[in-house]
Structures are given as C-alpha cells and as structure tokens.
Design a protein around this ligand. Sequence first.
Ligand SMILES: [Ca+2]
Length: 335
Amino acid sequence: MRPRRLFLKQAAAIGMTLLSSSSLTAAPPNEKKKTVPILLDTDIGTDVDDAFALALILASPELDLRGVTTVGTDPQTRALLVCRFLTAVGRSDIPVAAGAPPQPVEEIEKQGRYATSDGSRSSHTLQPVKETAVAFLYQRLKEDRKEWTLLAIGPLTNLARLLREHPDCKPWIKRIVLMAGSVRVGSKGQAPPEPEWNVRCDIPAAQAVFASGIPLVVAPLDATTMLKLEETQRRRFFQAKTPLTEQVRRLYELWGERTPTLYDPLAVALCFEERFCTMEDLRLEVDAQGKTRIVKGTSNARVATAIRRDDFLTWYVDRVAKQPALIHPQPKPGY
Ligand SMILES: [Ca+2]
C-alpha cells in the first residue's frame, strides 16, 4: 500500500500545514497518482546545479525520493550538506549515505562550508547513515524490490561499484536516469562532442554503467549545456524566498559564480517529464577517452538530444518557486 505509507510518512515528516496546501495531498490517498520511487546519487557541493536538482525533486509530487548518496571528494561533507538541506526544508525523513573512498577528485571547499557552518551539527539536524553509499543502495533495493529509478547526477563511481559488487540487484532497477555524456555537441553547444565531466571523472565507471544492460535515460550536454539560468529567471527564483529557494540561494552564494547551468535538473525532469526534449533511442558506449559514442546495435539509452530551453527554464522556476512556502522542519531522530 505505497500511497497510504507515503501519506503517513509525509504527515510525520512535514506536518499538517504543508499537508493542507500540498498538491501531493489534494486528492484522497486512493486517488493519488503513482509516484516514481527514486534513489539519488549526487556530487552536490562542486557545481551548484545539484542543489537546483535537489530542489526540483523535492518540489515534484511525481517523485518519491527514498534516499540520497554522495560521490566525489569528501563524500562525508557532501552527505552532511544534503542532511542540512533536507532538515532545513522539513524532509529529514530521507536517509543520506556517503560514498566510500576512493572517490574522483572534485572541488568541495566553497559549498562545503554550508555543511559545517554553525548549527549544522545540532541534535536536530539529520545525520548520514553509517552504511556506505553502495551498502545503503543495495540494502534499499533489496528490502523493497520495486521498480526503482536510480538518478545519477555525478560521476558514476558509486553506481558502477554497486553493479560490480552486487550484480543481483540489476533486476530491481527499472532504469538509470543520468546527466552524462556529450553525443553530438560539446559544452559550447556545437560539434564536436567532448568527454563530459561526469564521464571524464571516472571513465571505467561510466563504461560499466553504459554497458550494464540496464535501460538508461540520458541528459547529455546536447540538451543541457544551454540551460543557463540568467538574471531575470534567477531573480524570479530567489525572490520566492521559500525554504527550498533559500537553501539553494545559500549554496549559490557560496558557489560564488554568476550564472548556473541547470544540467542536473534536466535529469530530474526526465524521471517523469519528456515534453521539453527531443528524445532519441540510441546505443551509446563510452570510449577510453571518455567520449559517449553512438554505435550500431540495439538501443541502450533514451537520450535527450535537443531541448526547448526557455520553456524548460520557465517550467523549472515556476515549479520550484511556487512550492508551498511554509515547510516546518520536523526532524525525525534515529538516523
Ligand atoms: Ca552534479
């Protein structure tokens, strides 16, 4: 009885104020649409688009986020960062697990301060679970063998390790949705394609995931590199001053640059919404240089190869900024 369980969990986690205004609970439980159960693997803390992606997940009633794992240098700090974010927006019911070493090298110092600033270690702040990311993911998949969506918005180190160490989990994974690759265009929005960051950080891991046989949904540079959140949209987003946009704002300010590119939020959207994109079924493989090449054979990936940029960005800002403003943190002890 997933809907009923979801209803109860949310009632416990976010309180009746949100329940009275959330679209998630607008209909009786037995009339709610089926949600997509997802597990998120993120390198939040390096680029800032992961924070925008996490906000979109939490603002999307189509998605049921059941856990977050972290990848990249100092995954423990990244996990604390996620814990603090979730606590601040009243979602400390979501468990968080840090990746185990070795991890690909990625900058964390600037946004890492969000995780360790005053108050983050209070007894009310969610803490990461003791299990490593891989152990946590495997346990989640095993204990609830539903059709999971794994959402990967960082290097694929943890996911490749999961598939290598626990190949029995593959049947429980319906698909992997990922921001990765560069199919026909590179970061400047034109040919030639190039080794994209998430692939380049751990090429063997990307090769393993693309060759895993698990269906992939891919948001490559072809549909993401142009998703720049310019000043007008940025102002509309931050002026909302909701708990979600305020946490993103804090990370954005620590990040210290002007214009974020919303690469990762497109992967989030593709978990339930393809209408902004041109989708192609392709067979992709990762070569030794980290390029995602189209090869002959049965398709292994549903790939966003173009996007209506302005429509997507407007939809993104509307959705996250209009999330109900009153979310009271209700930390759940025990994690
Ligand atoms: Ca990322």
